[in-house]
Design a binder for this molecule. Structure first.
Ligand code: NAD
Ligand code: UD1
Length: 337
């Protein structure tokens, strides 16, 4: 049984990946400082899988804390989710973003090297395709960014690639996620950001609950079929399955590889609002608002490589994503009462 360190494992995507790793027979060790997640997630993961992951409330900025985890467990591979991810916040607090995201990864790589751990799967983002590529985005395209968060991904990809080139025993897999949405069908884990959400699906969910009055549709004059922005929404459980396949792939090779995780299909803002209104059973009010600075018209994945190297294809539809997201929100509201 292989032991996998999952950094950021109590977070939105990490928690879904932990469930699938445990179900697949891996031993899971989580390191998370809980800056954007809760300790209860570990109990939910245990409830869902019948297996309890080892949990360390450790900040990856603390290299000694990380060392202690590698001393306590024979870590075979790492999936590295830990990081700050809010685009707007990264523009306001670039020093914090660069320090947290880059230093965490550097500490992790140094401690992995000391411990002789050679496999790392990294959470990158479609944001690295920047503004100047044409859809569908494929892994060979040049990368760039429009904000500090995006640059932390570009730089971390570069650091990992350079370090793998100098350490031929290393296996690095860079996974570029498109737009992860939805929740585990149990309703126990999912995404419910504090405050006013920046991303579309959590925002729409708060309109569905009545916490927010209407969706602001950021622009309806894009060169897209209905004029609104088009994105490649991928169910977080499909995304998690891609990680289990990615990890298996990374164990069988060395060097760096890059794989997109998306559906290969774009949906517009209006399509998503309509799909969510079907899921929650009532119409959702929206108003057309100005474009959001930094947004591109359309973004979806070229999925050929994911299919070829990982055997990965997605299984669920936008309707399933909305249903599971709504189910999670309803479950959380029941718990709160
Ligand atoms: P999340 O915020 O839910 O999870 C990240 C976790 O990392 C949180 O639990 C947080 O507490 C932890 N963390 C942050 N800094 C840490 C540190 N210094 N030490 C220890 N733990 C730390 O986010 P998520 O949506 O699950 O995203 C996971 C990863 O995937 C991130 O790297 C993110 O940039 C990347 N990603 C996310 C999306 C998305 O839309 N959700 C898209 C592309 C890429
Ligand atoms: C955003 C980030 C991106 C990050 C990704 C993670 C920005 C500029 N980009 O991308 O770096 O990797 O999240 O999932 O923040 N929309 C509305 N109304 C809203 C919110 C969004 O109309 O209230 C529209 C947007 O204009 C876009 C689509 O919905 O067309 C999706 O937006 P969002 O969920 O924020 O994701 P991205 O813009 O793809």
């Amino acid at each position: 049984m292989k032991t996998i360190l999952v950094t950021g494992g109590t977070g939105y995507i990490g928690s879904h990946v932990c469930v699938q790793l445990l179900d697949a027979g891996y031993h899971v060790v989580i390191a998370d400082n809980l800056i954007n997640s809760k300790r209860e997630v570990v109990d939910y993961i245990a409830q869902m899988t019948g297996k309890t992951p080892d949990f360390y409330q450790t900040d990856l900025l603390d290299a000694d804390g990380l060392r202690a985890i590698f001393r306590a467990h024979p870590i075979d591979g790492v999936i590295h989710f830990a990081g700050l991810k809010a685009v707007g916040e990264s523009v306001e607090q670039p020093l914090r973003y660069y320090t947290n995201n880059l230093t965490s990864t550097l500490n992790l790589l140094a401690v992995m090297q000391e411990a002789g751990c050679t496999v790392i799967v990294f959470s990158s983002s479609a944001t690295v395709y920047g503004e100047n590529n044409a859809v569908p985005f494929h892994e060979g395209m040049p990368v760039s960014a429009t904000n500090p968060y995006g640059y932390t991904k570009v730089v971390q990809e570069r650091m990992l690639t350079d370090i793998a080139a100098a350490q031929p025993e290393l296996s690095v897999l860079l996974l570029r996620y498109f737009n992860p949405v939805g929740a585990h069908p149990s309703g126990l884990i999912g995404e419910n950001p504090n405050g006013i959400p920046n991303n579309l699906m959590p925002y729409v969910a708060k309109v569905a609950t009545g916490e927010l009055p209407h969706v602001n549709v950021f622009g309806n004059d894009y060169d897209t079929p209905d004029g609104t922005g088009v994105r490649d929404y991928i169910h977080v459980c499909d995304l998690a399955r891609g990680h289990v396949l990615g990890l298996q792939y990374a164990f069988g090779r060395t060097g760096t590889d890059i794989v997109n995780l998306g559906t290969g299909h774009g949906s517009s803002v209006l399509e998503l609002i309509h799909a969510f209104s079907q899921a929650c059973g009532h119409d959702l009010p929206y108003v057309i608002a100005p474009r959001r600075a930094g947004d591109i018209a359309e973004c979806w994945a070229d999925t050929k490589k994911a299919k070829e190297v990982l055997g990965f294809t997605t299984q669920v539809t936008l309707a399933d994503m909305c249903r599971d997201s709504w189910n999670f929100i309803c479950h959380q509201r029941e718990q709160a009462h």
